[in-house]
Design a protein around this ligand. Structure first.
Ligand SMILES: Nc1nc2c(ncn2[C@@H]2O[C@H](COP(=O)(O)OP(=O)(O)OP(=O)(O)O)[C@@H](O)[C@H]2O)c(=O)[nH]1
Ligand SMILES: [Zn+2]
Length: 345
């Protein structure tokens, strides 16, 4: 039997509001009692529908659901309460009545709305880079800042590692040492030799993950390795999204053999910094945090300003000069990376 979900006051009000609205819309609509609601999780999202996975004991059902008009947004990874659709004979149709509070949220630029939610309740973001042609620490920093901003734990993956000779690999380890010291996990992988895949699986297990990274670094290849049935298209441009214009970006949540989950879609993969303020970028460099507020001038740019605590910390070797340079590079290029239809801060 399904466990009866306990509703918060806010959710009870939402159910009542939905019920009143339906009653106003005509007597044919059935009133929904909170006791009739079933807990589930959104595993697919397309057009006006969502697929909701409902687990009852050992049984897993997927309900194809409409979304109550009173609900702002439903995205992959959402925990929801659904009612069975009374109008269709098919048993596995439903209506999403309530979206539970989200513990995290990923958004992307949208032509119409500015920011559009694409996935919820993600525990971990896997930042994939390829060791060749070059490793850009600045790009890794951009992703780290984006992760820190939405408070989701990042893991750094260096893929195609079999292409490096021993000397280059040693150098790469050295240049990534600052990230280890900051507490970030780094995994070296190769889809060609299988190196690091066990390590990757261990990190993914029991968490809801997403993979991000530039085109060609091997995200699809890695997903195929950890989830052989995923049928990710390798070396192909998955979607000509043009950042949101008229695309019906469908996202899906997949269960991994290692026990974790993976949410994937082109919309999920492209997330960036364009909507952050300079202060939020500063906050995203976690080692800067302890110095924030200590600078002499309130509007300190942490560049050549007198009495800048962050610059002084870099001079004393307390923080990495490479990271500080990377920070300034991010600020300098943020405006040009912002899609023109998104208003600046
Ligand atoms: N040598 C080597 N090549 C790899 C490895 N992983 C992936 N590749 C190759 O890199 C190319 C790009 O891989 P994809 O998996 O499509 O990269 P992606 O990150 O999904 O790219 P987009 O879909 O454009 O975002 C393909 O030709 C893969 O065969 C690896 O570990 N070593
Ligand atoms: Zn400063």
């Amino acid at each position: 039997m399904a466990k009866k979900p306990k509703l918060t006051h806010r959710q009870q009000r939402q159910v009542a509001a939905n019920r009143n609205k339906r009653l106003k819309n005509g007597p044919s609509e059935e009133a929904v009692n909170s006791a009739d609601l079933i807990e589930g999780r959104v595993v697919g999202r397309f057009g006006k529908h969502a697929d909701v996975e409902v687990r009852l004991a050992d049984n897993i059902d997927i309900f194809r659901c409409h979304i109550r008009r009173t609900i702002d947004s439903v995205v992959c990874g959402d925990d929801v309460l659904i009612s069975k659709d009374q109008h269709t004979k098919a048993t596995l149709n439903g209506v999403i009545e309530i979206v539970k509070d989200r513990r995290s949220m990923l958004s992307r630029p949208d032509y119409y709305d500015g920011v559009k939610p694409v996935a919820a309740n993600i525990d971990q973001i896997i930042i994939v880079s390829a060791v060749l042609p070059t490793v850009s620490l600045n790009i890794i920093d951009r992703y780290l800042v984006a992760c820190e901003h939405i408070n989701i734990h990042p893991v750094i993956v260096m893929n195609k590692v079999e292409l490096l000779n021993t000397e280059d690999e040693k150098q790469l380890h050295e240049s990534l040492e600052i990230y280890r010291q900051l507490g970030y996990s780094i995994i070296f992988t190769s889809c060609k030799t299988g190196q690091g895949l066990d390590d990757l699986n261990r990190h993914l297990s029991e968490k809801t993950n997403i993979f991000v990274g530039q085109s060609g670094v091997g995200k699809s290849s890695l997903i195929n390795q950890i989830l052989p049935d995923a049928d990710e298209v390798v070396g192909d441009i998955s979607e000509t999204s043009g950042l949101g214009q008229h695309t019906t970006t469908s996202a899906k949540l997949l269960h991994l053999p290692c026990g974790g989950d993976l949410i994937d879609s082109p919309g999920v993969r492209e997330f960036g910094l364009w909507h952050l303020t300079p202060e939020e970028v500063t906050w995203g460099f976690i080692e800067f945090r302890q110095y924030i507020g200590g600078c002499k001038f309130r509007d300190c740019k942490h560049l050549n300003d007198p009495g800048c605590m962050i610059r002084e910390a870099a001079e004393k070797g307390e923080i990495s000069q490479i990271r500080l340079d990377s920070y300034h590079k991010i600020l300098a290029t943020m405006e040009e990376q912002r899609p023109s239809y998104i208003p600046s801060n």
